[in-house]
Design a protein around this ligand. Structure first.
Ligand SMILES: [Zn+2]
Length: 71
């Protein structure tokens, strides 16, 4: 995948980045999880056994549009 992009909204240049997922004293890259969210009484959401992929998010420098990929 090419590491430069043009914004589909305004044609501006986009910078690669990621969305951070902050927990108690931790910071991780947000992930795409397959299937609908299932609530767990103990942990917020059930994640066991599901497909998980770290999300790459591009941001347009001009208009702020975000475009995300789970590669
Ligand atoms: Zn833009």
């Amino acid at each position: 995948m090419a590491r430069s992009k043009t914004c589909p909204k305004c044609g501006g240049a986009m910078n690669e980045g990621f969305v951070v997922d902050k927990g108690y004293g931790t910071a991780e890259v947000a992930q795409w999880v397959g299937g609908p969210p299932q609530k767990s009484f103990w942990m917020g959401l059930k994640l066991g056994g599901k497909e998980k992929i770290e999300i790459v998010t591009w941001r347009c420098r001009d208009c702020g549009f975000l475009e995300s990929y789970a590669e």
